[in-house]
Write a protein that binds this ligand. Structure first.
Ligand SMILES: NC(=O)c1ccc[n+]([C@@H]2O[C@H](COP(=O)([O-])OP(=O)(O)OC[C@H]3O[C@@H](n4cnc5c(N)ncnc54)[C@H](OP(=O)(O)O)[C@@H]3O)[C@@H](O)[C@H]2O)c1
Length: 297
């Protein structure tokens, strides 16, 4: 039996992956979310905009596991807004809190439950990289500033602050994956850590919190692009994510960043900031402080 714990399995790429995962033999999928995953998965409530909910979910997962362990942990859920003004009940900027901080806390709480040789996948985005996102790349990965919604030096923030908040949170996702991968804990447990970029994938619900003023031109541009380019699809991203999760695809030696480009998997270097060990270490430490945990492994 392969036990998989996953976030973001209710819609989009994650739902595609969950459906694919459950076609495999002897798979137990425990999905955390606000709305239900595909039939066949076990559903436990999780709202990533609340650290208390993350704690409750982790307790429920441990109860569900009993004396078994997690073979695959997929931190896939994600959200974005038109600005960086939204705040969670905990007082953090919502994009950063849901995409990074809640997943960081969940990872830390579930790390002791990971089996030897477990696979950990964090869904990131190529928007984390100035080379593939020249419009609104992250300016920094300072957790305390991001938690306050200070995603850019501009004051007042620019019209691109929402995209930058999202890109910054996705940078935090890949920095977290890098930190975990290089930890003694990962070496001792022989973890395989992957930061997965599904690439631009139309048709998901990711832009649901954006204003109609964003969504309308976005859908027109997407339609025009799809006439000329082989765009990624929910199915292609879902298959890839499932293949990575079940170990049907093995990362090349020393590679961690799995990036889908035109429905093909590539293993490029992530951005320079994502590879910066000092930035990785600081984000891990500051995130621990923000969620009230010791620095830990
Ligand atoms: N689509 C793209 O172009 C693209 C490109 C690069 C990376 N990505 C990444 O791919 C991942 C999946 O995105 P998608 O495009 O498939 O979008 P999506 O259809 O909106 O799926 C997002 C998932 O995240 C969950 N989620 C959002 N906020 C949550 C919260 N507060 N608590 C619990 N779950 C929450 C949603 O569940 P609910 O039903 O509860 O809302 C849903 O299952 C995300 O990490 C995204 O950043 C997407």
């Amino acid at each position: 039996m392969t036990t998989i714990v996953m976030t973001g399995a209710s819609t989009g790429i994650g739902r595609g992956a969950a459906q694919d995962l459950m076609t495999g033999p002897d798979v137990r999928l425990i999905a955390g979310g606000r709305s239900k995953p595909p039939v066949g998965a076990e559903f436990l409530r999780l709202d990533l905009t609340s650290l208390a909910s993350v704690h409750e979910f982790a307790v429920a997962v441990r109860e569900a596991l009993g004396d078994t362990s997690i073979d695959v942990l997929v931190l896939n859920a994600g959200t974005q807004f038109g600005d960086a003004k939204h705040r969670t009940k905990d007082g953090f900027e919502t994009t950063f809190a849901a995409n990074h901080l809640a997943h960081y806390l969940l990872l830390r709480l579930l790390m002791p439950c990971l089996s030897i040789g477990a696979i950990v996948i964090v869904t990131t985005s190529n928007l984390h990289d100035p080379n593939t996102n020249p419009v609104a790349p992250p300016e920094h990965a300072d957790a305390r500033l991001l938690a306050e919604g200070k995603v850019e030096a501009n004051d007042p923030p620019s019209l691109r602050a929402g995209v930058r908040a999202y890109a910054s949170s996705k940078l935090c996702n890949i920095l977290t994956a890098e930190s975990l991968a290089s930890s003694d804990f990962a070496r001792e447990r022989r973890l395989r850590v992957i930061a997965f970029n599904p690439g631009f994938t139309p048709g998901t619900k990711l832009t649901r919190n954006q204003s109609p003023l964003f969504r309308l031109p976005f859908s027109i541009v997407t339609r025009v692009m799809s006439a000329f380019r082989r765009l990624n699809t929910i199915a292609s991203g879902g298959h890839l994510l499932a293949d990575l999760a079940l170990g049907r695809i093995t990362p090349p030696q020393g590679r961690l960043y799995a990036s889908q480009v035109r429905r093909e998997l590539q293993w490029p270097d992530p951005s320079a900031m994502a590879r910066d060990e000092a930035v990785q270490t600081k984000l891990w430490r500051d995130s621990a402080e923000l969620v009230g945990l010791p620095e830990g492994p």
